[in-house]
Structure formats: structure tokens, C-alpha cells
Design a binder for this molecule. Structure first.
Ligand SMILES: *Cc1c(COP(=O)(O)O)cnc(C)c1O
Length: 383
């Protein structure tokens, strides 16, 4: 574990977001908390512990590694659904522990049947349908045979769900494509019905789809970014606000990232600061280093661009971001010393640094920035 910084997870903010989502979602819709990418940087173990204490008991992950962390943390109390990769060697563990998983190829269907038979357990599968994203999923022409197979192997395969994923529901520019995906998904359901086989649940929506296309909520929603208090895109926020009298963001950011000053020094006018010549002091300056760099997820492309909060003031990152350190201009701050708090994401005094601000400077989506925050930084839940 690093001592260089801390990620704080704000439970009150999370409760606020859950309450908002509950209101937005239909009453019977199952809420699946998407915790891939180390719970979008929040720390998967700490995050699922907190979510579970607040009544969430369904979690979606990308792969077996993440499923194992959720399983070790919550045991059989939670439903775990793998939306992505299951290596052949892991199938045994997955089925044995009743972990649910997406199936998008015949090969996996056959290997799941075989393993389930051996274990005398049913494999809990979600059939993923190709509706236009063109990533993973069964094509329409495969569904007739698939239906027959599922009926034939129903002793070994538990047909829990049918699902798909939209190719960019967060942007109006993809409107037609998403509409066509919804249509194709409904056609797929009809094919299964025709063969008299029905999954327990249907699910398609991520955060953006559940807001922009409420009909996609169906029986379960897979919500990532919104539960963390962030919007999939500015468009989704604006679309939501347009339906409301009060134009206030109903969500609260859950994450804060804080570090401390490790050194303060003075630099004379005309000197270069850090590697190379990307920053020259134009006057006598006071600078501070903090023990964070690109290896911790503070992107090098924020060199000479990033901002942090120190002493309630916004301060500029100067010079290139190093692997483990970065340098801040603190000329304007009178009393500054080693150990003083530095806010990377979060509030200090009246100011705040948002996650979205990283996206604006750097053209990185909320998602990418968050998921790159090093796993080795400690996470702490605060009230
Ligand atoms: C990541 C992911 C989600 C959640 O997306 P958000 O935009 O964060 O809500 C839902 N479904 C699938 C298949 C995903 O990969």
C-alpha cells in the first residue's frame, strides 16, 4: 500500500445517488451495481462492502478476477454477474460458486454444459444478443438453434437472462443506432418465445440508456457511472435537467483523492523546473512537490495543465508529470509546509476539482481517468 495519497469514498454521497436512482428506475427493476475497473477506481472491495451495507446485492463485473474479489468480500450474500471474460480454466470456479456469466459464443455454451454436468450444478447464464454494437453476442440467425440447445440442456443450463449492450446511448448522435438495437433485441426475445423458452430476466441498460431510453430498463439495469455520482456525458445531464424545473445536479461525487506536500523550495527566475525545458520560471517562484505521478494514474498529459487545491486555492501543475512525482506552483501561498493537504479530486474551502475537469483538459472520459487510479492507493469509506 502506498502512503502517498488516499482515496476517500463518501457514503452519504452514495446514499444520495442510490436514492436518486431508485426514484428514476421502475419499482420492480433490479439494480445491478457495475464495479468493473476496480469499481471505477473507487476500490472494488471497499466499494462493494459499502454498497452491500446500503442494500445493494447485485454486482456486475468484467472478469473472473473481479468476481473473485466480490465473492471473497460478500460471499453468497450477493449475486455476481460477469459481463465479459471467463478463461476456460476459470469456468469450474464460476459454475461451482453459482457466479452468473454472459455467454456469447457456442463454444462457451458447450463448455459450460460440460462443466455443469461434471459438477452436478447448473451454469447460470445470460445469453448476450448481437444487436448492432458488433462486439460480442449471438447473431439473429443463430437464435433458433440456440433455443433448441437451451431446451435440450436445460438440466445443466439455467437460462437466467437475455441481454445486450448499447453502442453509445450517452450521445444523441447515436439515437438511430440505439433505436435499431432496441428493435433487434425485441425481435430476439420473440424468437425465443416462438421456441417456448423464456429467460427469467431481460436486461440491456447501462447508466445512459436507463436515463435516455427508459424503456430499456426492463427487468434489471447495469448501472456504473451514475452510482458514483458522475454523468456518462454532459448530454445526459442536460437532457435530464431539461425535464426539471430546478436545474441542479441531483448526484454527488463519491470519490475524493488527497495527497500531501513532500517538499517545498524556491526557484530563481530563469531556471527550468523538472525534466527538460517544458517549464521555465519567469520570476522567482515557490514550488512544492507531491508524491504522485503517472504510475499512480495522474496522466502525464496533465503536464503543465493539471490543477490541484492547496490551502483552499487552485494551484497549477508545472513541468512534466514524473512517474512518481509532480510539481506545483505555490508562489501565492504564504504559509505552506511539508505535510499540508493537497486535493487532486474533491473539495477544499469553497473550491472543488471535479472528475469531469480532467476530461476537459485531457480529453479523457470520466471512466478512463477513474479506472486508471492506481489500485495500490488505500481507499477509505467516510461518512
Ligand atoms: C460498463 C458496462 C455497463 C455500465 O456502464 P455505465 O455507463 O457506467 O453505467 C453496463 N453494461 C456493460 C455491458 C458494461 O460493460
Amino acid at each position: 500500500m502506498h502512503r502517498n495519497s488516499i482515496i476517500e469514498i463518501n457514503q452519504k454521497a452514495y446514499q444520495n445517488n442510490l436514492a436518486f436512482l431508485k426514484k428514476m428506475l421502475g419499482k420492480k427493476v433490479i439494480f445491478s451495481s457495475v464495479v468493473k475497473g476496480n469499481a471505477y477506481g473507487h476500490g472494488i472491495k471497499e466499494f462493494v462492502t459499502m454498497a452491500y451495507q446500503n442494500g445493494v446485492n447485485h454486482f456486475s463485473v468484467f472478469d473472473v478476477e473481479e468476481a473473485k474479489i466480490v465473492f471473497e468480500t460478500l460471499g453468497n450474500n450477493a449475486t455476481i454477474m460477469i459481463m465479459g471474460f471467463v478463461a476456460d480454466d476459470d469456468l469450474h470456479w464460476v459454475i461451482e460458486n453459482e457466479i452468473q456469466f454472459f455467454v456469447f459464443e457456442r463454444y462457451r455454451l458447450a463448455s459450460a454444459t460440460k462443466t455443469a454436468k461434471k459438477l452436478k450444478r447448473k451454469a447460470k447464464i445470460h445469453i448476450e444478443i448481437e444487436t448492432g454494437m458488433n462486439r460480442t453476442g449471438f447473431a439473429k440467425r443463430e437464435l433458433a438453434n440456440l433455443s433448441k440447445y437451451l431446451i435440450k440442456e436445460s438440466k445443466h443450463l439455467d437460462f437466467v437472462g437475455i441481454c445486450t449492450h448499447y453502442a453509445g446511448a450517452e450521445s444523441i448522435s447515436n439515437y438511430m443506432r440505439v433505436e435499431s438495437q432496441i428493435k433487434k433485441f425485441n425481435e430476439a426475445i420473440e424468437i425465443f418465445k416462438f421456441y417456448r423458452i423464456e429467460p427469467k430476466i431481460k436486461h440491456t441498460a447501462c447508466s445512459a440508456a436507463s436515463m435516455m431510453f427508459p424503456e430499456t430498463q426492463m427487468d434489471l439495469v447495469r448501472i456504473g457511472i451514475l452510482q458514483y455520482g458522475l454523468w456518462p456525458s454532459p448530454e445526459v445531464l442536460v437532457t435530464y435537467l431539461n425535464t426539471k424545473k430546478k436545474k441542479i445536479d441531483p448526484l454527488q461525487r463519491v470519490i475524493s483523492w488527497k495527497s500531501e506536500i513532500m517538499n517545498v523550495k524556491r526557484v530563481k527566475s530563469g531556471e527550468f523546473i523538472g525534466y527538460g525545458t517544458s517549464y521555465m520560471a519567469k520570476e522567482n517562484m515557490k514550488i512544492a512537490t507531491i508524491p504522485l505521478g503517472y504510475s499512480h494514474g495522474y496522466s502525464r498529459s496533465l503536464s503543465n495543465q493539471g490543477r490541484v487545491l492547496i490551502d483552499g486555492k487552485r494551484c497549477a501543475v508545472i513541468g512534466t508529470i514524473n512517474m512518481n512525482m509532480l510539481t506545483i506552483d505555490v508562489s501565492e501561498i504564504d504559509h505552506i509546509k511539508k505535510g499540508d493537504e493537497v486535493v487532486i479530486i474533491g473539495n477544499q474551502g469553497d473550491l472543488s476539482i471535479t472528475v469531469a475537469s480532467f476530461g476537459e483538459i485531457n480529453n479523457v472520459l470520466n471512466y478512463e481517468f477513474l479506472s486508471r487510479i492506481s489500485k495500490t492507493i488505500p481507499r477509505k469509506i467516510i461518512e
